[in-house]
Design a protein around this ligand. Sequence first.
Ligand code: NAI
Length: 270
Amino acid sequence: MPYNLLKGKKGIIFGALDERSIAWRTALRCHEEGAQLVLTNAPVALRMGEINKLAEAVKAPVVGADVTNMDDLKKLFEESMKHFGGGIDFILHSIGMSLNMRKGKGYTEIDYEWNKKTLDISAMSLHRVLRTAWEMDALSEGASVVALTYIAAQRVFPDYNEMADAKALLESVTRSFGYYYGVKKKVRVNTVSQSPTLTTAGSGVKGFDGFISYAEKMSPLGNASADQCAGYCVTLFSDLTKMVTMQNLFHDGGFSFTGVTEAVIKDMKE
Ligand code: NAI
C-alpha cells in the first residue's frame, strides 16, 4: 500500500540490471510512493535492454554512466537536474562487482589490478558520486543517499572474497562523506546491510544457495526480500528519517545479532 512518502521528491537510482535487482524493486516502490526518477547503469548493462521496461513502468529517462568515470557522472547529474528542473532529493547506490570473484580467484590469491577495479566500482564509486554532486551542488538541502552493503564488512564470510573489503571501504566512505555533507547541507548518507538476496550480483558468490538457506535459518524473521529492502530504502529517502546519517543499518531479519537458532541446532544434530 502506498503512503505518498516521496511525493514531490526527485531521485537517481543506480544499478537496476533486471527485475530481480534490488535497485529495480526500489525504483518501482519509489515510483509508487510518488517520486520522480532518473535511472542509470553502466553502458554495458544498458545494452541488455532490460532497463527500458522499468523506465516505461516508472516513467523515467535512462542515462548511461560508468560509475568509475567522472565525466559520465557529471553528465548524469547535469541531465538529471535538467530533467527535474532543480536539485536531487535522493540517490540509491546499488552497485557491486568483483573482478577476482568473476575470474575465479580466491581471497588468498587475488590479482591486485583486478582488486583495484573492484574497490573502485564497488566502494570508491560512492565517493565519486558524492563528490560530483558536491562540486555541482546537485543535492537539495536534507537530501538522502543510501548505498547497499553486506555484513561481510564486519564478520568473515569466506566466499565473499574481496567484496568484504570493498564493503568495509564503502561503509567508511559513507561515514566520512556523510560528515562533510551533513555539515554542508544536512544531507544524510547511510548504508543498508541487506540479507542475501537472489540477484545477478548475489548468485556470483560461491555456494550462494546453501548460504541463503543458512541465513534464512539464522534470522528470527527470515531473510529480507528485495521488495522489503526497497520499502526500507523508501523510509530512508522520506522526511521521516531526517536525523539518521552515517549509519550502517541492518535489514536482515535479525541475522546480525543472532548467535544461533533452534533451527540451526536441530540441523547440526542430524
Ligand atoms: P545486481 O547484479 O542486480 O546489481 C548490481 C549492479 O551494479 C548492476 O546493475 C550492474 O550493472 C551495476 N554495475 C556494475 N559495474 C558498474 C559500473 N562500472 N558502473 C555502474 N554500474 C555498475 O545485484 P544486486 O544484488 O541488486 O546488487 C545491488 C547492491 O546490493 C550491490 O551493492 C550488492 O553488493 C548489494 N547487496 C546484495 C546482496 C545480495 O545478496 N544480492 C546482499 C547485500 C548487499
